[in-house]
Design a protein around this ligand. Structure first.
Ligand code: KG4
Ligand code: ZN
Length: 337
């Protein structure tokens, strides 16, 4: 059975075909980064229009790559939320219209569930149960994952997400949006220890995070110093260190508190090399294992939606009811199985 996956929650149109026995057949992605660049952030209306422009050509492209036709598709999974409502509506309406004409079921997928399960696409894959550190542009959460659909929230950011902290710090340093990866590059030339930024809630005793104070601290540094190349790199280094320190320390505490030894890292910030180095170090020291999705599946993509859809379909979650709504704000704990 082949599941077509459609991801359109934000600024990437991701399309993929996942085969229940053969795995991922083909996937493709169109990023809108260049489109939104000059505005310093995602412009929702432009995002929706671009999804309209790219979704169908990309669906044709994956079918061609996998040497399939529309009639080989057995089900269509799409991101129902959370995300930008207009952008989500594009994916949902295309999925439901196409499924209706093909008379096949649709599966509405929670975007974060896609991220959570994406490490299972890699080899070696983690086994349930594990702790997942979800670090994207919109979310920072620690979840206990006991199986497909069995997620328990252990802790989350009370304000900005880790990706947001990267992006806002990057913006203050004059970098383009989204600045996470660019800040990380800049930080490579930074002087360790020149600046020390706060690590909010590091010792709060729970598994929650807070990152909104970081941008204020970065702003203060940018105002206090002349921003030459070295100082920008030093601030970037300090900002990355602060974020990585908190994420690694809380992830380790989550493993200790839950008595588990496997950590799965998902979401765009999971691409950060410094975070990976630190997590590898602290988790291995504890005798645990860390799993990361392949880099291309860390950030938003269609493969994770096709895959999560296929797993939910196996649990009889598909439906041939082509009415749809989207959920721009949607708590993962609210998904029903
Ligand atoms: O998961 P994702 O693609 O989209 C959301 O669902 O939000 O995550 C995007 C976030 C952005 O904030 C981006 O700056 C960040 O992931 N990101 C990184 C890196 N690559 C992407 N942050 C730090 N280091 C990176 N290498
Ligand atoms: Zn995402």
């Amino acid at each position: 059975m082949i599941t077509l996956g459609i991801e359109s929650s934000c600024d990437e149109t991701g399309i993929a075909l996942y085969h229940t026995e053969r795995g991922l057949l083909a996937h493709t992605l169109h990023s809108q980064i260049a489109l939104h660049n000059e505005y310093g952030g995602v412009v929702p209306e432009l995002a929706s229009r671009d999804h309209v422009r790219y979704a169908l050509p990309l669906i044709r492209a994956v079918l061609q790559k996998a040497d399939c036709t529309l009639h080989d598709i057995g089900a269509i999974a799409y991101t129902q939320g959370p995300g930008l409502s207009g952008a989500l509506l594009v994916g949902a309406s295309i999925a439901c219209a196409l499924a209706y004409t093909l008379n096949i079921p649709t599966i509405s997928v929670h975007h974060l569930e896609g991220h959570l399960l994406s490490p299972l696409l890699s080899n070696p894959a983690p086994e349930f149960p594990f702790v997942a550190l979800l670090v994207s542009g919109g979310h920072t959460q620690l979840m206990r994952v006991d199986g497909v659909g069995r997620y328990t929230l252990l802790g989350e950011s009370v304000d900005d997400a880790a990706g947001e902290a990267f992006d806002k710090s990057a913006k203050l340093l004059g970098l383009d949006y989204p600045g996470g990866a660019l800040l990380s590059q800049l930080a490579q030339g930074g002087t360790p220890g020149r600046f020390k930024l706060p690590r909010p809630m590091l010792h709060s005793g729970d598994l929650d995070f807070s990152f909104s104070g970081l941008k204020t601290a970065v702003l203060t540094l940018t105002q206090q110093h002349e921003l030459n190349e070295q100082t920008r790199a030093d601030i970037a280094h300090a900002a990355q260190e602060a974020i990585v320190d908190v994420l690694a320390s809380k992830a380790l505490s989550a493993l200790k508190q839950s008595g588990l030894d496997q950590l799965v890292v998902a979401g765009g910030v999971g691409a950060n090399q410094q975070l990976r180095n630190r997590l590898n170090e602290v988790i291995h020291k504890r005798g645990g294992k860390v799993f990361y999705p392949d880099l291309e599946f860390c950030t938003d993509n269609g493969a994770m939606i096709a895959f999560a859809g296929a797993l939910r379909l196996a649990q009889q979650q598909g439906k041939k009811d082509y009415r749809f709504n989207v959920k721009p704000r949607w708590n993962l704990a609210e998904i029903t199985y």
